[in-house]
Design a protein around this ligand. Structure first.
Ligand code: ACO
Length: 323
């Protein structure tokens, strides 16, 4: 059985850090409120002259180095993003040029905060079927560009960053002991588009627009739906939730992460959380958290890892893989 396996991981955060106290200088909020309701302490913010593709390229270079690969080896680039440099071309095509990768396949996936899990499933199809030998899957976002800085209910929640993985084919026995992607559960419910959206775009105002969210209602959907997707992804992978070594959730809110953990009876020690330092970086949050936990020595080769996310659409999903 040929599986797609993660052979390299890298991430990048823009230099500028914006603390809760910085935000409290121009919007009616406080460090105490933000930390208590979300767990967020700070977020990173890209420079004006630093588009999403620049963050993506930095993360991609590190992931390629980690995998021992050159840009010329890359034959597939998928970028999960909701904040492209321009409406088109795809950020993936711009990344291909900036990396100096040769002609191959390059496109973006738009599933907002679930984008990275969706993009992994797409890349997995290419690699497992022999259509790609070296794929880059990147989550890259500049959510701060979508903020209405007068709306305290949203502008405190998001940040910028990028994370990337290299996928390569690996042969296995077809069991959950194999290295690589084991199983996915992906979901979307388009009847809930109005709970979380950007009020702009070519077909509406013609401007970029601002993020709008019915936070309470999204929150209510999150814990139940994410828990169901995790259970389904484990079933599809022929594993039990209790077999998982590490949970790497989308980093939206510490209360959602804890709510899911409590519902599934997860050991808190096994749950990776970077929301305090990164805030919600949408499609970038999972690869950023994965890289942080590999860098600090917690997640190791051979570990069984569960990724999960939920975002605008609403979309959500989970994926189990062995590193
Ligand atoms: N500072 C101070 N007070 C605030 C702030 C703030 N930044 N934001 C809201 N408040 C106030 C509200 O106005 C409200 O005041 P009121 O009671 O006088 O009306 C009060 O705090 C409580 O507001 P709630 O919205 O009920 O607060 P809640 O506990 O629900 O927390 C939050 C809000 C953090 C947004 C939460 O609902 C949440 O995390 N929701 C999920 C969002 C999310 O994770 N989305 C993930 C997907 S993201 C993506 O896909 C792009």
């Amino acid at each position: 059985v040929t599986r797609s396996a993660v052979t390299g991981v890298g991430s990048y955060l823009p230099e500028q850090i914006v603390t809760n106290a910085d935000l409290a200088k121009f919007v009616d909020t406080s460090d105490e409120w933000i930390q208590e309701r979300t767990g967020i302490k700070q977020r990173h913010k890209a420079r004006d002259d630093q588009p999403t593709s620049d963050l993506a390229v930095e993360a991609a270079r590190k992931a390629l180095a980690d995998a021992g690969k050159q840009a010329a080896d890359v034959d597939l680039i998928i970028v999960a993003t909701t904040t492209p440099d321009m409406t088109f071309p795809a950020v993936a095509a711009i990344v291909q040029r900036k990396l100096g990768a040769g002609v191959g396949i390059a496109f973006d996936v738009q599933a907002v905060c679930s984008g990275f899990v969706y993009a992994l499933s797409v890349a997995d199809g290419f690699v497992a079927r022999g259509l790609s030998k070296c794929a880059l899957v990147i989550g890259a976002e500049e959510m701060t560009r979508l903020m209405d800085w007068e709306d305290r209910t949203t502008c405190v929640l998001f940040g910028d960053g990028a994370g990337a993985v290299v996928l390569e084919p690996r042969e296995g026995q077809g069991t959950s002991q194999d290295q690589g992607m084991l199983g996915f559960a992906l979901r979307a419910d388009g009847t809930k588009t109005d709970l979380l959206y950007v009020d702009g775009g070519p077909g509406s105002t013609g401007t970029v627009g601002h993020l709008r969210m019915a936070g309470n209602q999204v929150f209510r959907h999150a814990v139940v739906n994410i828990s169901e997707a995790i259970t389904a992804a484990c079933a599809a992978s022929d594993i039990q939730v209790s077999d998982v070594d590490w949970f790497v959730p989308h980093q939206a809110n510490q209360r959602i992460i804890k709510g899911v953990g409590d519902r599934l009876g997860l050991d808190e020690e096994k749950v990776i959380s970077t929301v305090a330092m990164h805030a919600n970086t949408s499609a970038a949050s999972i690869p950023l958290a994965l890289d942080a936990a590999i860098q600090d020595g917690r997640i190791k080769k051979g570990d069984l890892v569960l990724l999960e996310a939920m975002g605008g659409g609403l979309t959500w999903g989970a994926c189990a893989l062995r590193l």
